[in-house]
Design a protein around this ligand. Structure first.
Ligand code: GBH
Length: 483
């Protein structure tokens, strides 16, 4: 008896010592329609801007496309079986707008598209996995681009019609919605640098119009859910935020201001409107002042009407946070006037600390404490009731023994756990980016983010667990880091 008592005491003290993710914390993985589905022209799907962009030469490394990608349109049951095998409890995926509405409008509804997502959700539910669904992860119907894409404020109405159709058909089984994935990426890479579809580089102007229309579209879908579906379906809905963490390189007022400006231009630009009803003050002031000096009679940053402010304010039931990386930042004075540009409006220089490991992607370094600082900063500024980390991950050039990914996730998950336990921040889930190696946008298949390898030279698109998947499965099932 005494022996067992001692043993029990030992076990208890060990488990009391180790920090544990809460019982209801959901571990999972993520993906997005264009990056994994393939079947770009099957079963009545319409063209998206990514179909057109990748089919035009010169845009994507090696001329890669998402025509087949991971073939998840046909192999979704295998994907779900892998999630289940790993013991994961939430899967984040996105819906291809033109698979449901081939030209983006409600004039024609593609039942085969709806059926695909119904089957996927059914398969997930049967495996005890919660779907977390993004309505828009960058694959805009081409027809709507011709109508002006994210430059056209009416896109908010088109998005609302699409969202309503999705809620109506799929909403009974979905508890977590995201309207738009990373509008900042859509707007800067689609309209400022042109590295993503639709490939425009209308610097300093289109990017802000795109942000404005994105917020209107998000708010439209939010209110449709709120007034027409929430009562019956009981889910939560939000806009996805992509935020990095920043360190001012000195503690001078100028560099600390550069830090704040950098945060506002990258993260506050969407967080501030949905939580407080307007753009960050620093953006309003900088861009209107520079616009005036450039001879404009208006600010290149569109102004919200009072009615729009009211519509946008308070449209986040939780924070969906994509977080990957950190930067050091410093102030740059005297950015030239005359060429409208997001970078000049921002007026900062940025770099990385030499101690941060670098990934295969130049923008992505590993600084795990950054996520804990960021969570605290967001909590202090916006006080959301709940956070879900919807993307966080590491890129390499491939291979099953992906130690770099394991140490990256280990570091970030430890800091998330500290934020939960020590800082009392309500993080309720984590969907690692990504479940599968997939089409990494302009990088094609050269960069790999998956915990599962996909053989893109094999017509079967054979999936093989990497070491990170096995490692992550242990974390997810024990709810401890390095049990
Ligand atoms: C996410 O974006 C996407 O949601 C996901 O689809 C993607 O696969 C994943 O990350 C990995 O990339 O101008 O060259 O400095 C990540 C956030 C923000 C990363 C913009 C690239 C600019 C690159 N992205 N960033 S660069």
């Amino acid at each position: 008896m005494i022996k067992y008592g001692v043993l029990l005491a030992c076990v208890l003290s060990v488990s009391l010592g180790a920090k544990t993710f809460p019982e209801n914390f959901l571990f999972g993985a993520a993906g997005a329609s264009y990056q994994i589905e393939g079947a770009w022209n099957e079963d009545g799907k319409g063209l998206s801007i990514w179909d057109v962009f990748t089919h035009t030469s010169g845009h994507i490394k090696n001329g890669d496309t998402g025509d087949i990608a991971c073939d998840s349109y046909h192999k979704y049951k295998e994907d779900v079986a892998i999630l289940k095998q790993l013991g994961l409890k939430v899967y984040r995926f996105s819906i291809s707008w033109p698979r449901i509405l081939p030209n983006g409008t409600p004039t024609q509804i593609n039942q085969a598209g709806i059926n695909y997502y119904k089957s996927l959700i059914k398969e997930l539910k049967a495996a005890g996995i919660e779907p977390l669904v993004t309505l828009y992860h960058w694959d805009l119907p081409q027809h709507l681009l011709l109508l002006g894409g994210w430059m056209n404020p009416r896109l908010a109405d088109y998005f609302g019609d699409y969202a309503r159709i999705v809620f109506k058909n799929l909403g009974d089984d979905v508890k977590y919605w995201i309207t738009l994935n990373e509008p900042g990426s859509t707007c800067t890479q689609g309209y400022e640098s042109g590295t993503h579809a639709p490939g425009l580089n209308l610097t300093g102007e289109a990017v802000y119009q795109c942000s404005y229309v994105s917020l209107l579209a998000h708010a439209k879908a939010y209110h449709i859910y709120d007034t027409e579906f929430r009562e019956k379906q009981g889910g939560k809905i939000t806009l996805n935020l992509a935020c990095a963490w920043y360190y001012p390189i000195t503690d001078t007022d100028e560099d600390v201001e550069a830090f704040n400006r950098c945060f506002d231009f990258n993260c506050g630009i969407y967080a501030e409107p949905i939580f407080k009803g307007n753009w960050p003050r620093r953006m309003i002031d900088r861009i209107s002042e520079r616009s005036k000096l450039e001879g404009y009679s208006f600010s290149r940053l569109p102004e919200f009407t009072d009615q729009e402010k009211n519509l946008i304010n308070g449209t986040a039931d939780y924070i969906s946070l994509n977080m990957y990386t950190s930067r050091t930042v410093w102030h740059i004075s005297d950015e030239p006037i005359g060429t409208p540009s997001l970078d000049f409006d921002l007026g900062i220089g940025s770099g990385v600390d030499s101690s941060w490991p670098t990934s295969a992607a130049s923008w992505l370094v590993s600084d795990p404490p950054g996520i804990r600082y960021l969570l605290n900063h967001l909590k202090n500024n916006y006080d959301p009731s709940e956070f879900i980390i919807t993307e966080n991950g590491w890129s390499d050039l491939g291979g099953l023994d992906d130690q770099g990914r394991i140490s990256y996730w280990k570091g970030y998950l430890s800091n998330i756990l500290d934020a939960i336990v020590d800082d009392q921040i309500n993080v309720t889930g984590y969907t690692a980016w990504s479940l599968l190696d997939n089409f990494e946008w302009a990088e094609g298949y050269t960069q790999r983010f998956g915990m599962v390898e996909v053989d893109f030279s094999d017509p079967n698109r054979t999936r093989t667990l990497k070491n990170s998947a096995k490692w992550y499965s242990k974390i997810a099932t024990t709810r401890q880091i390095d049990p």
